[in-house]
Design a protein around this ligand. Structure first.
Ligand code: PHE
Length: 497
């Protein structure tokens, strides 16, 4: 039989001398334990094995509550009232007299109620009753009950039931406490166990180099572990799930040979939009989408760029394009705004490094006037990147994105034709998730209207993907707001990446 040491010790103790049933004290004595937890635990184990029977006796101990202790000292309210009443002449037992005779204000009200229950009535202000002796006896037995309990706690099953229910209904008079007492008995199979088989064994809980070297493990018994046992979840610190995701994305792009860039939240409309050949009358530039700023209300842009963009927008300059026509507004170009996409970073990177090939990425916050709901927030993040080199091309763009998403755990992607004012061709990128295609962002090859004013003629593969959408998939969320609420409960339970 597979017994743990505590069970062996308890069983051995119970077999050491004949005893029909064992109390806790006797078991503590025979096992040498000082803690009843050991007895309870080992007893339970032995009970499950059918070697011991545990008998539990529940007792409800009654004692006097705070009001009860007062009554034991000063007499029950009814007994004090009754003393006043029965000492008065019949004609003088009036309510007014009672009230003015020194009883506490808050005693007379409940007191009258109690007296009525005993057979006292009030007739035109006078207290009347018929059987004086009976009332006296009833009150006496209540007093006796309180006196009995004033000597100490009593098992409520030994007490008068009517008294218990009467006093339980009055507040503060009685208190109860549940007690369990246990007795342990050997069963037949417990009593037939051979004592010599019960010596305690040294169980090995952890293998050490010494145990291995001395070969004491040979024939040793090992402690079993219950891997299903409930255990507390350790609440150590952890990164915010969004931050770990950003770290993960960062390391994937670094692994793929990209370098990281970043930029400011506050930008000019020129760099955020005009440089990308977004026409100044484009709907995306109206107040609905963009947060324009009052302070600063202007971000200066170098004149050389303003001149170039003006020409490209108005007639295409020498990019081979016809431009958008109309007249370009250089003041509009210098309006300050919160960047609406991180494409502003990659464009500026090309402008600053027109002659050196580059593969760069950035993960950054962008701002758009959106109504907050399950899938939208006015602040979110984009995963932006470009490949700027002489042989950049569309297949290279697609395979780069495919590699990125495969490394993130989404090997199936597809691209669909799309439109952006600054790319040609343009493609929308979807990933396959639980059998559904989900749109994650835009991409394309920058148009010459974008690249030539920046000083390069090489093609540029460019993309801008949503971070939050990806986070929702990876973290299994159905509401984007869960990512940003400081609800530690929810955050702790989000998967580790
Ligand atoms: N800037 C686009 C957006 O915010 C994404 C994009 C980036 C598209 C680069 C094409 C090229 O949705």
């Amino acid at each position: 039989m597979d017994l743990v040491n505590n069970e062996r010790r308890m069983l051995k103790g119970m077999l050491s001398k004949p005893n029909d049933e064992w109390s806790l004290e006797q078991l503590l004595d025979v096992t040498g334990w000082s803690d009843q937890v050991h007895v309870a635990g080992a007893g339970k184990g032995l009970e499950e094995l059918g070697l011991v029977e545990v008998e539990e006796n529940f007792t409800r101990m009654a004692s006097l509550g705070p009001e009860g202790r007062k009554a034991a000292e000063n007499g029950l309210l009814e007994s004090r009232l009754w003393e006043w009443i029965s000492n008065k002449e019949e004609g003088q037992r009036s309510m007014d007299g009672l009230i003015s005779s020194g009883f506490d204000r808050n005693e007379t009200g409940p007191g009258i109620g109690i007296l009525k229950g005993l057979g006292v009535a009030i007739e035109s202000g006078k207290l009347v009753f018929s059987d004086e002796e009976e009332i006296t006896n009833k009150i006496q037995s209540r007093t006796n009950f309180i006196d009995l309990l004033s000597n100490g706690d009593m098992d409520s099953s030994t007490l008068d039931k009517e008294m218990i229910s009467h006093f339980s209904a009055r507040s503060g008079l009685l208190e109860f406490e549940e007690n369990v007492s246990r007795k342990w008995k050997l069963t037949k199979s417990g009593a037939s166990i051979d004592q010599s088989a019960l010596s305690e064994v040294q169980l090995i809980g952890e293998l050490t180099p010494e145990i291995l070297q001395t070969e004491s493990w040979i024939g040793a018994e090992f402690k079993t572990f219950d891997v299903q046992a409930p255990a507390p979840t350790p609440l150590g610190g952890r990164r915010h799930p969004m931050q770990s995701l950003i770290e993960r994305i960062r390391s994937v792009f670094l692994e793929m040979g990209f370098s990281e860039i970043d930029g400011d939240y506050v930008q000019s409309a020129g760099w955020n939009m005009d440089s990308l050949f977004i026409p100044q009358s484009h709907p995306a530039r109206t107040m609905q989408d963009t947060f324009y700023l009052d302070n600063p209300d202007k971000v200066e842009v170098e004149n050389s760029y303003l001149d170039l963009w003006a020409k490209v927008h108005e007639h295409g300059h020498d990019t081979g394009s016809k431009g958008w026509g109309g007249s370009f507004d250089k003041d509009e170009s210098q309006r300050a705004l919160l960047r609406t996409h991180t494409t502003v970073n990659t464009v500026r990177h090309i402008a600053e490094n027109p002659d050196s090939p580059s593969r760069v990425f950035g993960i950054g916050r962008v701002f758009r006037q959106e109504t907050i709901d399950r899938t939208h927030m006015p602040e979110f993040h984009q995963i932006e990147g470009i490949i700027h080199e002489p042989d950049a091309n569309l297949p290279m763009l697609i395979s780069t994105l495919k590699t990125f998403y495969a490394k993130m755990g989404y090997p199936d992607i597809r691209v669909r034709p799309a439109y952006f004012p600054y790319t040609e061709p343009s493609a929308e990128v979807d990933i396959l998730w639980k059998g559904e295609w989900l749109e994650l962002g835009g991409s394309g090859i920058f148009r010459p209207e974008v690249t030539e004013p920046l000083g390069t003629e090489w093609p540029v593969c460019a993309w801008g993907m949503g971070l939050e959408r990806l986070a929702m998939l990876i973290l299994g969320l159905d509401d984007i707001r869960q990512l940003y609420q400081p609800d530690l409960e929810i955050l702790r339970k989000m998967p580790l990446l």
